[in-house]
Design a protein around this ligand. Structure first.
Ligand SMILES: Nc1ncnc2c1ncn2[C@@H]1O[C@H](COP(=O)(O)OP(=O)(O)OP(=O)(O)O)[C@@H](O)[C@H]1O
Ligand SMILES: [Mg+2]
Length: 243
């Protein structure tokens, strides 16, 4: 049951469980998406991430904070995405579209064969996705758990970025925060800033992504170069993505 007990249990998450959120959680729960919200995992810039149980297995629930997330920053990004150019600058509308877009982006990345958490559901400002980890232990972000074999991990990561790009998607916020190290394999998360390759700012976001990851891996001794990688990723995509 979605009741006040969430607020009581998660005092640190004040402001997340307003009436609208409780109602949305209840709707998702009624559809059988999860049994109960269990543990707060992370408090991010715009969202709170929880672990919940579904048929005995862990799943992730990401709740965007309706009252205090920076919807103007979100609007700045999303209005450039051709899928959302109808959007008006209304807080609620922008946050919901943002959540829906993240769900659609993960779905697209999954279809392209990129290693990502399976997207399970989306409703209003709440996203439900597969839990990446072992048992109750969530896979750590790369920033907290550098790879044992940086060259091998990097190679695998570039394959993931190529698959994403070939599927028509640029991540847009790729960094050691949004790459999980799951048993020495990269799993890419947080598709909130991802956009279609045909979006006007896609190239700019791709360059930023590649710079972020090359900077990180150069420090670990990997020999890589931003420009070369960029060409490699673009060249491996179908022609329609380059137009
Ligand atoms: N599917 C998942 N499996 C395991 N851990 C996850 C998963 N999704 C998120 N996490 C954990 O929660 C943290 C925050 O998630 P995420 O990056 O999606 O949100 P965020 O950084 O708050 O996003 P935003 O930039 O939209 O505010 C991640 O760094 C990761 O540690
Ligand atoms: Mg993140």
């Amino acid at each position: 049951m979605v009741t006040l007990k969430y607020q009581e249990r998660f005092k640190t998450d004040k402001g997340v469980f307003d009436e609208f959120t409780k109602r949305t959680l209840f709707e998702l729960q009624s559809k059988g998406m999860f049994d109960e919200v269990n543990i707060p995992l992370k408090v991010g810039k715009e969202s709170n991430v929880f672990v919940a149980k579904h048929e005995g297995k862990n799943i992730i629930i990401k709740i965007y904070r309706m009252q205090n997330c920076d919807f103007l920053r979100m609007f700045g990004y999303i209005k450039q995405d051709p899928r959302y150019n109808f959007l008006k600058q209304h807080r609620r509308q922008v946050i919901m579209a943002w959540t829906q877009r993240e769900y659609k982006n993960i779905l697209r990345a999954q279809k392209s064969g990129t290693r990502v958490p399976a997207p399970l559901a989306w409703r209003n400002h709440i996203l439900v996705e597969e839990f990446i980890g072992d048992g109750d232990i969530a896979a750590p972000p790369l920033k907290d758990c550098p790879p044992q074999n940086p060259n091998k991990f990097f190679e695998d990561l570039i394959i993931q970025v190529q698959k994403m790009y070939a599927g028509g998607l640029v991540h847009g916020d790729l960094s050691s925060f949004n790459i999980l190290n799951h048993n020495e394999k990269p799993v890419i998360i947080d598709f909130s800033q991802s956009t279609l390759t045909k979006t006007p700012n896609a190239q700019e976001l791709l360059i930023r992504d590649i710079k972020n990851i090359t900077n990180y891996f150069i420090k670990l001794g990997v020999k890589c170069q931003t420009e070369e990688l960029l060409q490699k990723i673009i060249a491996s995509a179908p022609k329609k993505n380059k137009e």
